[in-house]
Ligand binder design. Structure first.
Ligand code: ADP
Length: 416
């Protein structure tokens, strides 16, 4: 096994390199970047033309996972993976192995004189791979070179071990986050499903009671509640399905030419009919013909407007649209209570809800995630600007080209 104590008799330059390698290993977050850095360091103290790292894939079968050609042979065979048999020998015998070969013509072509130095890589007592240094045209490896190379290999083994731990921690962290997310999700979804279901069941059972006769007005009132709560259930289930389709990448957009002004007017009409008391003012300088999926884009605005109703009750909503050379910019602004800065960056995350939002506002934290994904699928961008007490503004940018505009103005626009 390679020694990982500092080799005695190191020159000051070598010692400095050895410390620089230790530092590169200690702060590494990415094996390849760290190896690139280490290669640069060891170039100054060890003669070699290429270095290749091999890792076992199946049993004793080694696979090159990193190779750098830095000296001779670079232009000739830069992509070649060197010294596979040397790596294998070092790995199997668990000891440093030197392979020396002089092929015909070596006096003229230095690439025909090859010295490979293979060193096994260990983590604790376990073999984890092999490192091979290749040299062309000599000089042969001396015991000092070998000792230094073994020391470097021990550090590279530490680097791999370190990376394994970092990966393991990241996996555990991701598993824990997923678990937390799933727990929250189940709690939120059960609550959200239960509430409308409770109303539906309660009012239906009440209406079915044989011992009471309801007058027409009360009957209608109960049925209206059942109707509205069923809509809420449907909306929730649609959101859940959309979210999982977006997550799986199976939601297809069906872009068509659409007049922006007309889209905004139709959406607004639908929202104000649905939410009594909602006032939306449209201020659009643009009547661009944009290429979007009208149903999905309408879904985005429906979400934003029903959020304004929920989280900025009583506030008018202003809808601005303007066009520049390559994009359409739509702003949807309310004058509600706004969102505290620490929560703003999370609101497009799946299932994210701002903590301590009024208990009367129902939601699953899917609406803005869906908006974000739909706008991204159109090659656009959605951002938010909000300050407590100052209201909230959503910005939507959609790609648009004047050239397209001219080509399409002849084509028929599609109605919503
Ligand atoms: P949901 O409404 O189901 O909670 P969303 O993804 O639509 O989920 O919104 C995420 C969070 O963003 C909401 O819980 C709410 O706290 C906040 N939010 C969204 N729109 C507004 C708004 N117009 N004003 C203030 N807060 C908002």
């Amino acid at each position: 096994m390679a020694e990982d104590t500092i080799p005695i008799g190191l020159q000051p330059k070598e010692l400095e390199a050895v410390y620089a390698i230790s530092r590169a290993v200690a702060r590494s977050v990415n094996v390849e970047e760290a190896l690139n850095e280490i290669i640069q360091i060891i170039r100054g103290v060890l003669i070699f033309d290429n270095m290749t790292m091999f890792i076992p894939r199946e049993g004793d079968l080694l696979e090159p996972t990193y190779a750098r050609v830095i000296g001779r042979g670079r232009s000739a065979e830069a992509d070649l993976v060197w010294g596979e048999s040397t790596a294998h020998e070092a790995f199997i015998t668990q000891s440093t192995y030197i392979h020396h070969e002089k092929l015909a013509g070596w006096e003229k072509d230095r690439l025909c004189w090859r010295d490979f130095l293979g060193i096994p890589l260990y983590s604790k007592e376990e073999r984890i791979g092999a490192l091979v240094f290749g040299r062309f045209g000599g000089p042969p490896y001396t015991p000092d070179h070998i000792h230094l190379a073994e020391f470097i290999a021990a550090h590279i083994a530490q680097l791999l071990e370190h990376q394994k731990l970092v990966d393991r921690i990241a996996t555990l962290e991701a598993e824990r986050r997923l678990q937390r997310l799933q727990d929250n999700f189940i709690a939120t979804v059960s609550h959200e499903l239960n509430t409308p279901l409770g109303f539906i069941k309660g009012y239906a059972t009440t209406l079915l009671r044989e011992d009471i006769t309801w007058d027409e007005a009360t009957r209608r009132e109960f049925l209206t509640i059942i109707d509205e709560e069923s809509d809420r259930l449907r909306e929730l289930i649609d959101n859940l399905l959309d979210s999982s389709r977006l997550q799986a990448g199976t939601m297809r957009m069906q872009p068509q030419p659409v007049r922006l002004n007309r889209l905004l007017r139709e959406i607004t009409l639908r929202a104000t009919t649905r939410h009594h008391g909602l006032s939306v003012v449209i201020n659009s300088e643009s009547d661009a013909l944009i290429r979007v999926d009208p149903v999905r884009l309408a879904q985005v605005f429906d979400n934003l407007l029903s959020n304004a109703v929920k989280y900025a009750p009583g506030s008018p909503v202003l809808l601005y649209a303007e066009t520049d050379a390559d994009k359409v910019h739509i702003r949807l602004q309310d004058q509600g209570p706004g969102i505290a800065p620490e929560y703003v960056s999370h609101i497009f995350e799946r299932f994210y809800r701002v903590p301590n939002t009024s208990p009367n506002t129902h939601g699953t934290g899917l609406g803005l995630y869906i908006c974000y994904e739909i706008i991204s699928a159109h090659g656009g961008e959605i951002t938010v600007e909000s300050e407590p007490g100052q209201g909230t503004t959503f910005h939507i940018y959609l790609p648009y080209s004047q050239e397209d505009q001219q080509n399409r103005s002849a084509t028929q626009e599609i109605n919503l």
